[in-house]
Design a protein around this ligand. Structure first.
Ligand SMILES: Nc1nc2c(ncn2[C@@H]2O[C@H](COP(=O)(O)OP(=O)(O)OP(=O)(O)O)[C@@H](O)[C@H]2O)c(=O)[nH]1
Ligand SMILES: [Mg+2]
Length: 194
C-alpha cells in the first residue's frame, strides 16, 4: 500500500527535518559532519571580508546530512549559514522542520548576542521545539546557563545543553535532547506554549 504522507519512507520509517542554526562560526557545519552517516553536502565558500581572520570558509547556502536513529526514524539535518547576509536561506531551510538546534559558541559573548536575532527569526517562522546547544563547552555552570536563558529570553522548558561539535556522542545527546522536547511537546496539553 502506498502512503500519501510525504515524510513516510519506502520501508515504512519516518523521515523528519531538523535544522541546525546559529551565529557565524558556531560550529554548525562541524556538528553535521560529525554525526552524518552520509557525506555531508556543504556549500562553503572562501571568506573575503574582515571575518576571514576567524576562518577561511563560511556556509553560503546550507549543509545537508542524515542520521538514522532506528528503523522507524531518520533525521535529515539542514545546517544554515551563520552570516546574516545569507539570512534569506533561514526561512527556506526552516520550512517543514520538526525542530531546531540553536548552536552558540560558548567561548564568545558576541556569539550569544548574534543568536538573539537568529532565534527571533526562527521563533517567528515556526512554533516548533528547539534546544540551545553551547558549543566548545564540556559542561555548563549554572551562572552560564542563567545568562544564556536571560539573554535569549528562554522559557524554562527549553533545554540548554553542552556541546562539543567534534564529538559524536556529544552531538548525539544534543539531538536526543531535541527529540525529547519534540515528544514532550506532543504530550503537552493543547494550547500549551512550546
Ligand atoms: N575545538 C573545537 N573546534 C570547533 C568545534 N566546533 C567547530 N569548531 C571549529 O570552529 C570553526 C568553525 O566551525 P564551522 O563548523 O565551520 O562553523 P559554522 O557554524 O558552520 O560557521 P558558518 O557556516 O561560517 O556560520 C572550524 O574551524 C571548526 O573546526 C568544537 O566543538 N570544538
Ligand atoms: Mg557552516
Amino acid at each position: 500500500m502506498t502512503t500519501r504522507s510525504s515524510n513516510r519512507r519506502k520501508h515504512g520509517g519516518t523521515a523528519v527535518k531538523i535544522v541546525v542554526t546559529g551565529p557565524f562560526s558556531a560550529g554548525k557545519t562541524t556538528l553535521i559532519r560529525t554525526i552524518s552517516e552520509i557525506t555531508v553536502l556543504s556549500t562553503e565558500k572562501d571568506i573575503t571580508d574582515h571575518t576571514r581572520s576567524r576562518k577561511a570558509e563560511t556556509t553560503v547556502a546550507m549543509d545537508f546530512g542524515r542520521i538514522t536513529i532506528d528503523r522507524d526514524l531518520v533525521l535529515y539535518l539542514f545546517g544554515t549559514p551563520g552570516q546574516d547576509r545569507f539570512d534569506f536561506m533561514w526561512e527556506i531551510l526552516g520550512e517543514g522542520m520538526l525542530g531546531y538546534i540553536l548552536l552558540v559558541d560558548a567561548d564568545r559573548q558576541d556569539s550569544l548576542e548574534e543568536a538573539v536575532g537568529i532565534l527571533a527569526a526562527f521563533r517567528k517562522m515556526a512554533r516548533v521545539p528547539f534546544v540551545v546547544a553551547l558549543n566548545r563547552s564540556s559542561g555548563i555552570e549554572p551562572s552560564d546557563e542563567e545568562k544564556v536563558r536571560s539573554v535569549l529570553e528562554l522559557d524554562e522548558d527549553v533545554p540548554v545543553v553542552p556541546c562539543d561539535a567534534t564529538d559524536r556522542e556529544s552531538v548525539k545527546s544534543v539531538l536526543l535532547a531535541l527529540l525529547y522536547s519534540v515528544v514532550d511537546s506532543i504530550d503537552a496539553p493543547a494550547g500549551a506554549v512550546v
